[in-house]
Design a protein around this ligand. Structure first.
Ligand code: ADP
Length: 682
């Protein structure tokens, strides 16, 4: 038998009790009323009549009680039903109110100007309200600057795997086609319904693999796809078309805000880029120092783009490209100036356009090139653009990312090319400036040489000329004896010779320095030349005993007799001239391997160490009180050096002031000579 509801049992019991009480009360009153009216039940009646009346009444009452109980139960149930319906209506209204409140709350929160991260936080918090507590929510936006999707907010147990940025191609194909391309929602209440499809999704984006239910909603504002909302349920059925409704509505609100924030960000980025290019352009135009331009340009570009290394290489052909300047992020090892391992820059130079490489290790174009070297220095992603000046390759800029692949955006490329353009202008200007500077330096040098020449001429030429003038005037105006005449004529002749020598020396040096001097070579005995010169000097230098130490092994060499005689004469006359107090002069020759070594040692005033090189320069003279009265042109030693070098030899001096000087000459002998001469001539 079906069990009666408790409420009905209660009503039956209450009605029965009530009926019993009423029955006994009626029975009691009925009996008293009968007694008072003197009616007694006959004793013969053994109670049957009375009992039958009582039983009938009881049954009637019981029946009425049951009916009453049933009616009351119905009434009570109906009343309770009406109450719960009212309560239910009230709850669903509350939910709706709550949802509406959440939507209004979100739209109010999004009313002000916000950055993407703030928008993301508000949105995720608002969406969370209508979902199972352990649902993972991720909001990804399409960042135009990065040209990739970027997670701006993620919350829930699987949030970590969804953070970061991914290119559109990195998204699972079903999301890419359905949500991104066709802008339709993808709702999978149970991902295990199509295990093959879901396995593919998990393979393409492993962070989604564990979701048992999944929703991906496109976020579209003013025809532009600004991002997508991803929801990952832990259990099948956690997400359903019904449950996706609130996020869909909220998504419409948030898409507008994301759109505005992105537009602001893009405008900012564009403005920043333009400002950078302007700064670089200004700096490049303001400075003419190529090093300064490179520093300012490459450093700033590299920092703005956040690369690990920025390199400017120069070269007129792709194979000549060598590192001229580099900027390295802290901790990044430098490639080194002059390095040549620039396969991407070379490739860009060959193609004549910018080349970007996401990951060098996976790029077929560089598989056969020397990526070994590139990999060694840890480069993964590279962008390079050629610098051309007047249609001709001048160099390249290379930006590289160490240790990670990088998607180079169209913006990165535009910036790189803009900087290359500025660098081109700067390099051209700097080159012109450099040419001008060299010309100015050369002019200054010539000017200096001219004034040196004028001062030498005015001083050195004047002395013999004054002599010539004085003696000739005396000869003209005075009565002179024949002997006096001869003497004066001799003096005039000496001064004229000196003038002649000076002019010859100047012209000789000029000829030698400009490469117009020819050597008349012949086999000659160096020892013979040396002793010849010494013999000529001896009578004129009684205070300077000259000792000769000749090495017979020096033998013959191939040279210009007159020029080598001039060399020895210069050295010996200096040894005499700069030893005014006299002193021994030692001239020695020595055979040393393929060379002949000639040494002229004096015990004169000596030369300060600082001047040992300068005395071989044109007009290089030691200025001191001791040398002031010694006549000279400062051309003798430069001529010596020129002649010795034309013979393929070397000349140098050693000295201690006050102790004397030693002049060394080495000259190649035999076979060594001819090749050295050929080399010198070339
Ligand atoms: P100059 O005509 O002045 O002698 P040189 O070119 O021959 O020109 O010499 C250059 C300078 O080198 C001299 O002015 C002198 O100061 C120094 N010098 C050359 N030879 C000697 C020497 N043997 N001892 C000291 N100083 C010397």
């Amino acid at each position: 038998m079906r069990k009666l509801p408790r409420s009905l049992r209660f009503y039956v019991a209450a009605s029965t009790l009530y009926a019993a009480v009423v029955f006994f009360a009626v029975q009691f009153i009925y009996t008293i009323e009968l007694a008072q009216s003197g009616i007694f039940i006959a004793t013969r009646d053994n109670g049957n009549v009375l009992s039958s009346i009582e039983i009938v009444s009881f049954i009637v009452w019981l029946g009425i009680s049951l009916i009453a109980a049933a009616v009351l139960h119905r009434l009570a149930t109906a009343l309770a039903g009406a109450r719960s319906a009212e309560a239910q209506a009230k709850t669903s209204k509350e939910v709706k109110d709550q949802e509406l409140g959440a939507i209004f709350g979100l739209s109010a929160a999004l009313a002000g100007p916000l950055d993407l991260e703030q928008i993301g936080r508000y949105f995720v918090a608002a969406v969370r309200g209508g979902l199972a507590l352990d649902t993972t929510i991720a909001l990804i936006v399409y960042d135009d600057v990065l040209e990739a999707f970027r997670t701006i907010a993620a919350d829930g147990p699987r949030a970590t795997g969804l953070k970061g940025s991914y290119s559109a191609v990195a998204l699972p194909s079903i999301i890419r086609v359905r949500v991104i391309d066709h802008r339709q929602a993808l709702v999978l209440a149970d991902t295990s319904v199509d295990p093959v499809m879901w396995a593919k999704v998990a393979e393409e984006l492993p962070a989604l693999g564990a979701a048992r239910s999944f929703v991906a909603l496109p976020l579209v504002s003013r025809e532009r796809l600004v991002g997508a909302l991803l929801l990952l349920g832990e259990r099948a059925g956690d997400l359903s078309p019904d449950r996706a409704q609130l996020p869909v509505i909220m998504g419409q609100y948030v898409a507008g805000s994301i759109h505005s924030a992105l537009s602001v960000k893009e405008a900012d980025a564009r403005a920043e880029r333009e400002a950078l290019v302007n700064r670089i352009a200004q700096r490049a135009r303001a400075s003419l120092d190529p090093d300064e331009i490179l520093r300012g340009t490459v450093d700033e570009l590299s920092k703005v783009l956040g690369v690990s290394r920025g390199i400017v290489s120069v070269g007129e052909t792709e194979d000549e490209l060598t590192v001229l300047y580099e900027w390295d992020a802290p901790g990044v090892p430098p490639v080194g100036r002059g390095a040549r391992s620039l396969p991407v820059a070379r490739f860009a130079a060959r193609l004549g356009r910018t080349v970007v490489v996401r990951d060098v290790r996976q790029d077929q174009r560089f598989a056969e090139q020397d990526t070994g070297t590139t990999a060694q220095i840890g480069v993964v992603a590279v962008a390079a653009t050629p610098i051309r000046v007047g249609g001709q390759l001048a160099g390249a800029i290379t930006l590289s990312q160490i240790d990670r692949a990088r998607e180079w955006t169209a913006d990165d490329v535009r910036l790189l090319e803009a900087v290359a353009q500025e660098l081109r202008v700067a390099i051209t200007a700097a080159e012109a400036f450099e040419r001008q500077r060299t010309a100015v330096v050369e002019l200054e040098r010539l000017n200096q040489a001219k004034s040196d020449f004028v001062s030498i001429v005015s001083h050195e030429f004047r002395t013999p000329l004054t002599g010539i003038q004085g003696f000739s005037e005396m000869m003209q105006s005075e009565d002179l004896t024949l002997d006096e005449m001869r003497e004066y004529a001799g003096d005039i002749n000496k001064d004229a010779h000196r003038l002649n020598r000076m002019i010859t020396e100047m012209l000789d040096l000029d000829k030698m320095e400009s490469g117009r001097m020819q050597l008349h070579r012949e086999p000659l005995d160096l020892n013979a030349i040396v002793s010849d010169v010494v013999d000529r000097v001896r009578p004129n230098a009684p205070e300077h005993p000259v000792s000769l130490r000749l090495d017979p092994l020096v033998g013959e060499l191939n040279g210009d007799r007159d020029k080598l005689t001039q060399v020895m004469a210069n050295l010996l006359s200096n040894a005499v001239k700069y030893s005014p107090k006299g002193g021994e002069i030692v001239v020695s020759t020595r055979a040393e391997g393929d060379s002949a070594h000639v040494v002229v040692r004096d015990h004169g005033m000596g030369i300060p160490k600082a001047s040992l090189e300068a005395i071989f320069e044109r007009y290089g003279r030691v200025e001191s009180p001791a040398t002031r009265h010694i006549q000279g042109t400062g051309l003798g030693l430069p001529i010596v050096r020129q002649i010795v070098q034309l013979h393929g030899g070397t000349v140098w001096a050693e000295s201690n002031v006050g102790e004397g000087s030693v002049f060394h000459i080495t000259l190649p002998r035999g076979a060594a000579l001819s090749s050295a001469v050929a080399e010198a001539a070339s």
